[in-house]
Design a protein around this ligand. Structure first.
Ligand code: GAL
Length: 674
């Protein structure tokens, strides 16, 4: 199935539970787990992603007893298990006998044993050992009625050393390049090696690029290194998935990975391809309090651009503490409110990280559902209430998709990598998409994040922020969509580079020039603080970022004011068929998108999703659509109670459709909304 933001999870129920670490507790503590989990409405737990040392204490041994016991105990109580390949924490016997499996930092330091993700996923030794433990586990639990699925590894490439320069990476990178280019002269062309005398005679002469050694590195070389890292990560996982599938010929198991930060993960391509769906870990409290409701929504909207709906195997359920930080504790009702935001924006299953808080290790203060003393308190009760609520409503969620009518472009690894390889100190596709999304979210629009290859049916307004690379096929699809009535907004610097990170021969916006009806005549940054510069849009004067472009347009929407720019076109518009294209010759900052939005919503005929009076800041409405019904989810992330009006007619599944207290949630089921 092609990846789409509209893809629901192929599951027959809403899975609800917690990651569980029986290896972190005593048999006495574990005695009460099964019945408490049942009390909390759990139907599943996730286990073993860091338990390699326990499962294989010496090379070639296999000790599944603890997990056998726990899986069976939970099974008798109606709780199923998702197991994990434990390869994020290779054991000491492996790193001791084969120190070459440890990652090498670009400054030459070797990772130490003692944390996690210390080994390189390119290493053939790690790959073989990882496949072997995966095979033992898969064969041992094949056919077990309680084991319903697997997670591969854990948040690949999320820890700080996301890249590696070990010997296996050198060999692997060269092999990747030889495969990609065939002959070294094609590589020389693709990398523009005539610049600074970098020409190679043989693939064997090439090394992984290390930053600023001693000057800026070639952005084409860096881009291919990033491609290689993604390919290597995908291959590492592909092998494990193949081992799991071989033990499960009837395909009873679902297999996913829990993405954290998405670095070097080709989710729309080779990484996502062997999986049944994607998992995504959600911790909404890492930003300042006023931003949290939006950030929670953004994270899910953004991941859907890559994978469609997700399984959330880790969701914040308490304060997060690692060695150097400790976050706030969710207030009463906040776990539920965050969870419904997560579900509203595309989670089809959800687990609270973690069941019982550990008393040791780097996360001994990463607090879960149960406290250190194993006593169920407020967080347990809130989780259990959520379990009961999902017991009633979960069935209405499965199979539905998130309604989107305004979207920002996202989910493209090439553009993230092209920008990361040559950022110019400017915000890239991700930061810009966040700002656009935040403004649309604040305006109450049904905003999503959609890749230009994906389904834009029903989307009235689509913003491509600053994508350095824009493929001709995407431009053609967008052209058709605009012709059919869509409003496209293109931000500065889009379409300026090719797939090698070379600047294209046309003036910006390159391949999008004809569709936008614009040529960028001049561009630059203006930084002197005393040189006032703003955009004049109707009677508004809007301050912009440093970046300016002077445009030769079809129709001028706004002009520049400042120095030699005064009077020059800054925002333009072109009508195409039933739709329109707007080009914005500067960064899409929050300060600019806010004031521009009324113009864009009018052009595209968009209205906020909530039918009544506009919802205040922090209060948000989202809709999930099934074949015959829609679920409306309104969450109050503000500190004030709000009065609501105009609620659509339907069954009230939770809350009061007229008034919503802080942290409260309104859930309505109506006939399918159009
Ligand atoms: C996730 C990770 C978990 C745990 C959690 C809290 O990123 O997958 O294993 O570390 O964060 O830190």
């Amino acid at each position: 199935v092609a990846p789409s933001h509209r893809r629901p999870l192929p599951v027959d129920r809403f899975w609800f539970g917690a990651p569980h670490y029986p290896e972190h507790s005593t048999p006495e503590e574990r005695k009460s787990d099964a019945h408490r989990m049942r009390e909390a409405g759990f139907n599943v737990v996730r286990m073993a992603e860091f338990a390699w040392d326990l499962l294989e204490p010496e090379p070639g041994t296999f000790m599944p007893d603890l997990f056998d016991e726990v899986i069976d105990d939970l099974h008798e109580n109606g709780v199923a298990t998702i197991l994990c390949t434990p390869t994020a924490t290779p054991p000491r016997w492996l790193t001791r006998s084969n120190p070459d499996v440890l990652r090498i930092h670009e400054d030459g330091r070797r990772a130490q044993h003692g944390a996690r993700q210390h080994c390189c996923t390119t290493s053939p030794i790690l790959r073989d050992a990882g496949d072997a433990i995966t095979r033992r586990m898969a064969e041992h639990w094949a056919g077990h009625p309680a084991v319903v699925g697997w997670q591969t590894d854990n948040e690949l490439n999320t820890e700080q050393w996301r890249q590696c320069h070990c010997e296996a990476c050198q060999t692997g990178f060269r092999a990747y390049l030889a495969d990609r280019y065939g002959d070294v002269s094609s590589l020389n062309d693709a990398w523009g090696t005539q610049f600074w005398s970098q020409t190679y005679d043989d693939f064997d002469q090439i090394e992984t690029p290390k930053r600023d050694r001693p000057a800026s590195t070639n952005p084409s070389h860096v881009l291919d290194y990033r491609r290689f890292l993604a390919a290597a990560t995908a291959e590492f996982q592909r092998r494990q998935v193949a081992v799991l599938r071989a033990a499960d010929p009837e395909r009873r198991w679902f297999v996913f990975h829990n993405a954290g930060v998405v670095e070097h993960l080709d989710i729309r391509g080779a990484f996502g391809e062997p999986l049944d769906f994607l998992g995504y870990d959600v911790y909404p409290m890492f930003v300042d309090p006023p931003q949290r409701p939006w950030y929670n929504a953004w994270a899910l909207d953004w991941i859907r651009a890559w994978a469609g709906n997700v399984f959330v195997p880790e969701h914040q359920s308490g304060p997060c503490g690692q060695v150097s930080f400790f976050s706030e504790n969710p207030e009463p009702g906040e776990i539920r409110r965050m969870s419904w935001t997560t579900i509203g924006h595309g989670a089809d299953s959800l687990m609270y990280f973690r069941w019982r808080t550990a008393r040791f290790g780097a996360e001994e203060y990463w607090c879960g559902v149960l406290d250190h003393d194993n006593v169920p308190r407020r967080r347990f009760r809130e989780v259990a209430d959520m379990g009961a609520e999902l017991g009633r409503i979960g069935g209405d969620i499965v199979g539905t998709t998130v309604h989107v009518d305004a979207a920002v472009a996202g989910g493209d690894l090439l553009n993230l990598d092209a920008h990361a390889s040559l950022p110019l100190g400017l915000p890239g596709p991700l930061e810009s998409a966040r700002r656009v999304h935040a403004a649309m979210h604040r305006a109450g629009l049904a905003v999503g994040v959609v890749h230009p290859e994906d389904d834009l049916e029903g989307v009235a307004l689509y913003v491509v922020p600053h994508w350095p690379v824009f493929l001709p096929t995407w431009a053609a699809r967008l052209g058709d969509w605009v012709g059919g009535g869509g409003t496209l907004v293109v931000g500065s610097r889009t379409g300026t580079r090719d797939e090698n990170n070379h600047v294209v021969t046309q003036a910006p916006p390159g391949v999008l020039g004809p569709l936008c009806g614009v040529t960028v005549e001049e561009y630059g940054a203006q930084r002197a603080p005393d040189r006032e510069r703003f955009i004049v849009l109707g009677d508004q004067r809007i301050k912009t970022s440093d970046w300016y472009e002077v445009l030769r347009p079809t129709e001028v929407v706004a002009t520049w004011h400042g120095r030699h720019l005064t009077g020059a076109p800054a925002v333009t518009r072109r009508s195409v068929g039933a739709g329109a294209v707007v080009y914005v010759g500067t960064q899409l900052t929050g300060r600019l998108v806010g004031p521009l939005l009324p113009f864009l919503t009018e052009l595209s005929g968009l209205r906020p999703l909530w039918p009544g009076t506009a919802l205040p800041d922090g209060v948000a409405c989202v809709r999930r659509d099934g074949a015959a019904h829609s679920l409306w989810i309104v969450t109050n992330g503000s500190d004030e109670a709000v009065d609501l009006d105009g609620a659509p007619d339907g069954d009230v599944l939770a809350g009061d459709p007229r008034r919503l207290q802080p942290n409260d949630v309104l859930i309505l089921r109506t006939a399918r909304a159009l």
